[in-house]
Design a protein around this ligand. Structure first.
Ligand SMILES: Cc1cc2nc3c(=O)[nH]c(=O)nc-3n(C[C@H](O)[C@H](O)[C@H](O)COP(=O)(O)OP(=O)(O)OC[C@H]3O[C@@H](n4cnc5c(N)ncnc54)[C@H](O)[C@@H]3O)c2cc1C
Ligand code: FES
Ligand code: FES
Length: 380
């Protein structure tokens, strides 16, 4: 497998023309499930995440132009007035974590009869604009054992940025399959990290747990159903099991291991709790300036707990604890953006996190407790 990362629509089309079998991956909430369960092994993954225009929309006098990768959560938050049917349909899709990644383009691409975006698009008579893929010469390069494929000359192939650093035969669980390995650079809990030997179909969850020794994010289903793997990607809660590792290149990830320091950093920026207006949260820029202390991320030792972690303990919201890391990350994000959440807000924010033990009441209590403590701190 090869991981292609075009930076523009033109590059993406050129890459698709050169590699017609390449499978586009946007939010990955369908594609990654198939890869995780070995139902699909595309020769190429074509990551669309770097193409800004696919995540943008334009509201005109009579038309709304919606980028194919605009996540459902943005449709719900920003286009409710213009696209009420689609916003309503978006809300019925899965969970907040899935809605933060999945979008209409992927829904159409999967073409499931159960696709929730389809009826709304049909009812509104939406037009899908499909740019043409101009077929170029097929790529006949092959990665051979121990060799790096020859770079193409200037006049061949698209100028897309590829993440593969070399074509080295894979060892380990995917040995024997035709694939290359790559390096991914990203920030985890405030520290710059480099993951080497990453297989192109590997998930962020696998990289965190197996390569970085951060086992806090749990692997309980690998299909976006349970939320135990919830982490924040550039501040947004996502299922780490459904994000391809290559998609986090250059991005910021916060796991439960970094939650206490992350909360402390937010407290310093907004003493007394989340942003008073509830509209600001921790910006990507301020997240970038934040550095975790050396003791925190790997072992969790010598770290104060985040308020939400303390509240879970105090409210008795932890039993086996398998669901707890994901719930903590999701709840912490809620309290950052909605300092005084209603019960409905809490239920909605945690709707993508399953617990098999506590029956949820204690978990709801814990979030209410953390919110109350945050409110008191804000007033004092
Ligand atoms: C736990 C769970 C629950 C779900 N619940 C629902 C639900 O309630 N309702 C529902 O409708 N869906 C549901 N889904 C399916 C999925 O979330 C949606 O289909 C989502 O819209 C996919 O978007 P994506 O960006 O993640 O697509 P991806 O997984 O990235 O891609 C999906 C397909 O579309 C293709 N594709 C993506 N972008 C483009 C593009 N720009 N051009 C051409 N092809 C493209 C890909 O190659 C792939 O074949 C669920 C998925 C999970 C894991
Ligand atoms: S392990 Fe990712 S949602 Fe269950
Ligand atoms: S405490 Fe056991 S799954 Fe939630």
């Amino acid at each position: 497998m090869d991981f292609l990362r075009p930076a523009s629509w033109e590059e993406a089309l050129a890459a698709k023309a050169e590699h017609p079998t390449a499978v586009p991956i946007a939010g990955g909430t369908d594609v990654m499930v198939e890869i995780n369960f070995d139902h699909r092994r595309p020769e190429y993954l074509l990551d669309l995440n770097r193409i800004g225009e696919l995540s943008e929309w334009e509201v005109g006098q009579e038309k709304v132009r919606l980028g194919a990768s605009v996540p459902y959560s943005s449709i719900m938050d920003h286009l409710r007035a213009e696209l009420p049917g689609l916003a309503l349909a978006s809300h019925t899709v899965a969970s907040p974590q899935i809605r933060n990644r999945g979008g209409v383009g992927g829904n159409l691409g999967t073409a499931s009869p159960a696709g929730d975006a389809h009826p709304a698009l049909l009812a509104a008579r939406q037009a899908v604009r499909r740019p043409r893929v101009r077929r170029l010469q097929p790529d006949r390069r092959r990665a051979r054992d121990g060799e790096v494929p020859q770079a193409r000359g200037r006049h061949h192939g698209p100028p897309h940025a590829r993440l593969d650093l070399g074509a080295v035969p894979r060892r380990g669980p995917h040995a024997g399959r035709s694939c290359v390995i790559m390096r991914v650079n990203f920030t985890v809990n405030g520290r710059q990290q480099e993951a080497d030997d990453v297989w192109e179909g590997e998930s962020l969850l696998y990289v965190l747990r197996e390569r970085m020794g951060l086992p806090g994010s749990k692997n309980a289903c690998e299909q976006g159903e349970c939320g135990s793997c919830t982490v924040r990607l550039d501040g947004v809660p996502v299922c780490a099991c459904l994000v391809a590792a290559g998609q986090v290149e250059g991005r910021e990830v916060v796991t439960v291991e970094g939650l206490a320091d992350y909360a402390k950093h937010r407290e310093d920026a907004h003493p007394g709790g989340g942003c008073a207006s509830g509209a600001c949260g921790t910006t990507l820029d301020s997240a970038k300036r934040w550095q975790a202390r050396p003791t925190d991320g790997q072992t969790g030792e010598a770290v104060e707990l985040a308020p939400i972690q303390q509240a879970f303990i105090d409210a008795g919201a932890v039993q086996c604890g398998f669901c707890t890391p994901g719930l903590l990350v999701a709840a912490d994000e809620l309290l950052e953006n909605t300092p005084s959440p209603s019960d409905q807000d809490i239920r909605e924010a945690l709707s993508g996190n399953l617990c098999r033990c506590t029956g949820y009441e204690k978990i709801l209590d814990a979030v209410r407790l953390a919110a109350a403590r945050q409110g008191e701190a804000a007033q004092s």
